[in-house]
Design a binder for this molecule. Sequence first.
Ligand code: GTP
Ligand code: MG
Length: 236
Amino acid sequence: MDTKKDPFQNLQERMRNALADHSIRAFQELSSSTRDLMSCYRCAIMEIETKFRVLNERFSLQHDRNPIDSIQSRLKSPDSILDKMLRKKLPFTLEAIENNIFDIAGIRVVCSFVDDIYMLADCLLQQDDITLIERKDYIKNPKKNGYRSLHLIIEVPIFLQNEKKIMKAEVQLRTIAMEFWANLEHQLRYKKDLSPELMEQTSYQLSECARLSAVLDEQMQAIRDIIEKEEDSSEK
Ligand code: GTP
Ligand code: MG
């Protein structure tokens, strides 16, 4: 029996092992830093949610009503992050994610009235640890399909064991009526097999619904203004 091993086979084996070992290690390193980054985004969500809860608490103490109806937060799924990286032709690195995808941490604040949206946005942006990166006002300038909301991309610091990290997040502020419309429109948009005629007709109907929801917001705001004016004059 030949006990001598083929030196090349040995080398090949060692190379294969080294490669496998290296890629496993590289994979492990990447997956642990991805987990770390995602945890930082979760911390950013907690910070921002708390800021809104505090504002709601203080406002309700002073004015006896809640400007915030609900807060929903989400961390973008790995699938959606990957989709966006492909769409934006980004390199597959964590730096590229951090520097180019600003809606990994998403906080949606559903407000009672339109002016609560602007009041809350102003209060948030006045805080000295918050930096505004981008503001899109789809309430003053609704999208073509009728979509309305105020979008803010902000930076917020998070304080970890030994470091402070600045994280980006997307805040969407909208009323209950805007939320109602956006949720249903989102559901309907995923019906893909509509004919062009039906698409045109439903787009028109959807934008009509958006217009009606805006009228609803205006009227509810007007009713509240009347009631508050009355309350103010009876207090004097
Ligand atoms: P992406 O962030 O890549 O989607 O593009 P963008 O930055 O141009 O988007 P934008 O800031 O305008 O909107 C981002 C988010 O707002 C989306 O992920 C949705 O949550 C919401 N949104 C924007 N437009 C619509 C719309 O027409 N209908 C609904 N239902 N939601 C919308
Ligand atoms: Mg966006």
